[in-house]
Design a binder for this molecule. Structure first.
Ligand code: SF4
Ligand code: SF4
Ligand code: SF4
Length: 311
């Protein structure tokens, strides 16, 4: 091994992961929201052949790793991919690359997940790049309650929601109610000729909003459910859903408050889920709803934090 441990650590913080039993590294490219242009893909293919071992590997966090890059070619590699606006990174005790499901185009998607993920990337991956946290902080953006991206297994997960709104005035008490038969959760029952919704079972998938041919289901705005403290790995914890739904503007504030809460209250080496359990869900929820964390943002960001992420 000709590369020193200090150099290995330094380039790891820039997104270059040592390839086991070699002097070569995988360069981890941040896709921002899981989307790359054709030009970027061409650039990466060329970079893999020019600097690496000719392969590209895709990670569960929607980054692309190019293995086999010799230590001395790292700087040239970075300059090469920068031509197409790409950077490496995604390691350490900080906000990690944001993942999004394909809700932007998916028929079940309730909103543009990739656009929200890009906004979160810009504000909290790039914006908080220099902010050390007690451990890594993973964010996932899901387009509907099908949860393909498993938002509830991330430190913070977002799920699109449409709450059904029924207008009895327009209901014609059909022999067979399309709203009832179309509900995948089977939480609609017809009583006295009209659909009745069981909100305990309804997951706000929004599938019934267009089901009624007589317009008895009204269009409602997309809201966002937030899970906090999920993780999947050495230890597992399913995220705790916050008690209310949020608007688009509010959900971005909740993300920022959660990061600030983790920085101010988290202990070195603990994931956000452990912080949530230690403080208590009720207290955490109150902190995430109130604006105190945002008001204390500057003070919290000045706090010295020792990061505990080892992978
Ligand atoms: S979570 Fe919903 S919107 Fe996202 S990919 Fe799955 S089905 Fe589509
Ligand atoms: S909600 Fe629509 S489909 Fe269902 S019974 Fe009323 S009018 Fe018919
Ligand atoms: S939102 Fe989804 S789960 Fe809820 S009633 Fe409509 S179809 Fe059923």
């Amino acid at each position: 091994m000709s590369v020193s441990p200090n150099e290995i650590k330094r380039v790891k913080s820039q997104g270059f992961l040592l390839n086991r039993s070699t002097d070569n590294f995988s360069g981890r490219i941040i896709t921002e929201n899981g989307v790359l242009t054709a030009a970027q893909m061409r650039c990466l293919s060329e970079a893999a052949a020019k600097f690496g071992n000719g392969t590209l590997t895709f990670t569960s966090r929607l980054t692309v790793e190019l293995p086999g890059i010799p230590f001395e070619k790292i700087e040239d590699f970075k300059a090469y991919v920068a031509q197409e606006g790409m950077v490496t990174g995604g390691t350490g005790s900080r906000v990690r690359p944001v993942v999004a499901c394909k809700g932007t185009t998916c028929v079940f998607g309730l909103y543009d997940t990739q656009a929200l993920a890009k906004e979160i990337h810009d504000r909290f991956y790039v914006g908080y790049a220099g902010v050390t946290l007690p451990h890594k902080f993973k964010i996932a953006v899901g387009g509907c309650p099908n949860n393909c991206m498993k938002p509830d297994l991330n430190d913070l997960g977002i799920v699109g929601q449409r709450v059904p709104k029924f207008n009895p005035e327009k209901c014609r008490s059909c022999a067979k109610c399309a709203v009832e038969s179309g509900c995948p959760m089977k939480c609609v029952a017809v009583e006295n000729g009209k659909p009745v919704f069981d909100s305990e079972i309804c997951n706000n998938c929004g599938r019934c909003l267009k089901a009624c041919p007589f317009g008895a289901m009204e269009e409602t705005e997309t809201l966002y459910k937030v899970y906090v403290g999920g993780r999947w790995g050495k230890k597992t914890r399913v995220g705790t859903p916050l008690n209310r739904l949020f608007t688009r503007e509010e959900v971005l504030d909740v993300v920022e408050k959660a990061i600030l809460l983790f920085k101010s209250k988290g202990e070195t080496g603990e994931r956000f889920g452990s912080t949530v359990d230690r403080l208590g869900v009720e207290k955490v929820e109150k902190m995430l709803i109130s604006d105190n964390l945002l008001k204390r943002k500057e003070e919290i960001l000045e706090q010295v934090t020792i990061g505990g992420a080892s992978c």
